[in-house]
Design a protein. Sequence first.
Length: 137
Amino acid sequence: MLGDRLKRLRLEKKLTQEELGKKINVTKVSISGYENGNRTPDTETLQKLADFFNVTTDYLLGRTDDPNPPESDNEELGTLARINQLIKEYGIEQMGFFDIEKWKHLSEDEIREIIQHFEWVAHKAAQKNKSPGKDTE
């Protein structure tokens, strides 16, 4: 089960075994062994694989068919994690204005408003990165 799922996820990302190995700091031989069922990743490597592919370890191990990590029990923290994900997606994490720990006290409405604003800001930043020197709306 692990091998099939790992191989499918790797191929979906159009990665070779060697490329995946480099991304999680294991050898091509290890990745091949995991995919062929000849080796089992240790707990740390399994978690690295799950994090890299944004799936749960339970999904990789065949304990569930749902690849998506469960939503956070604390909806506000899950929402803040989404904002943090957007920061990374748009490549603006170096701005340094976002520290999730400092935002935990906000209400759900305040967080929703921040998300809407942030999505607009991130969209504008992405547009600016695509069209240097142009101010688009």
